[in-house]
Ligand binder design. Structure first.
Ligand SMILES: Nc1nc2c(ncn2[C@@H]2O[C@H](COP(=O)(O)OP(=O)(O)O)[C@@H](O)[C@H]2O)c(=O)[nH]1
Ligand SMILES: [Mg+2]
Length: 276
């Protein structure tokens, strides 16, 4: 079986065994990072509750977070904006899980699902109170199934991230669901990422790096120069520059970029997340 199929069946099993499913999405990309296919699976089953933690709100201006919260509320999604990094609303999240399960349950089982790198393990670690779920800037680090006892009543499953089929390569790099070093053509991948970010927020890259550019190839060249990345012969080492640029985006969130709620409302379509 392929890795994706393994992950998919594991996630399905965990959803089946849980009373509450917490989907962790990235507050910068609330629509792109939703795994609607699993949301639907949870919402279809009346015995289960869905909570969406919109994590990494520290990376997005508050009014944007508020707009997204309203949009998702209208789509009947119960959203809790959180930041594992700044420990924002993590106790609200814990209480919501317990409340969602209802008072009929003494033991509550919850699972955390979502794309790689959205902060599932980080949030669980905070709920637990000490480091237990491995946290990694490396997407896909959480491999094996992990069950963690949060309180005597609450057990949580941490899951590896599962990537919807329809996500483009540019969106995967954008959201950090793949490791830049694993890509085959660094420079082309970096161009695709720059193009994607330019579409979302045209000034973000030039502001973050203080580099003016007309197009992605020009940016990577100037970035290589800025960072003194050269091959032995003296020519610019664009491959190294491209990997550094992508890694700084994925691991350090160096570029302030997010999905525009207004744009989403204009172009919204019901994206189907297919089974693998
Ligand atoms: N800025 C920011 N980074 C976060 C937040 N939560 C997690 N991260 C970072 O995102 C990366 C992935 O986190 P991890 O918990 O391993 O994600 P998982 O793959 O969903 O389990 C790590 O580098 C974390 O430090 C947050 O609220 N804000
Ligand atoms: Mg994890």
């Amino acid at each position: 079986m392929s890795k994706k199929k393994d992950f998919d069946s594991m996630v399905r099993k965990m959803i089946k065994g849980s009373d509450v499913v917490v989907e962790v999405i990235d507050a910068r990309f609330p629509s792109l990072s939703r795994a609607k296919y699993y949301e639907k699976m949870v919402l279809r089953d009346r015995s289960k509750k869905l909570i969406v933690a919109m994590n990494k709100v520290d990376l997005v201006p508050e009014p944007i977070v508020e707009e997204w919260k309203l949009i998702l509320k209208k789509e009947r999604i119960h959203v809790i904006p959180t930041s594992a990094r700044e420990r924002l609303s993590t106790s609200i999240l814990r209480n919501s899980i317990i409340r969602a399960a209802g008072k009929d349950f003494f033991y509550i089982t919850a699972c955390f699902i979502g794309l790689p790198n959205t902060g599932k393990s980080s949030l669980i670690n905070i709920l637990k109170g000490r480091s237990s779920a491995p946290v990694a800037p490396v997407p896909g680090f959480t491999r094996a199934l992990q069950v963690l006892r949060i309180t005597t009543r609450l057990r949580i499953f941490d899951t590896p991230g599962v990537i919807p089929l329809k996500l483009s390569l540019a969106d995967q790099i954008l959201m950090g669901t793949i490791r830049p070093e694993k890509l085959s053509d660094y420079v082309k991948a970096a161009w695709a990422l720059i193009h994607r970010i330019d579409k979302l927020n045209p000034d973000a890259i030039s502001k973050a790096y203080k580099i003016e550019y007309e197009n992605p190839p020009e940016f990577i060249e100037k970035f290589a120069e800025l960072r003194h990345k050269r091959k032995k012969g003296g020519e610019l080492d664009l491959d190294t520059a491209a990997v550094i640029f992508m890694s700084e985006h994925v691991n350090k969130a160096k570029i302030p970029v997010w999905e525009d709620p207004e744009e989403y409302l204009k172009t919204r379509e019901d994206v189907e997340y297919k089974k693998f």
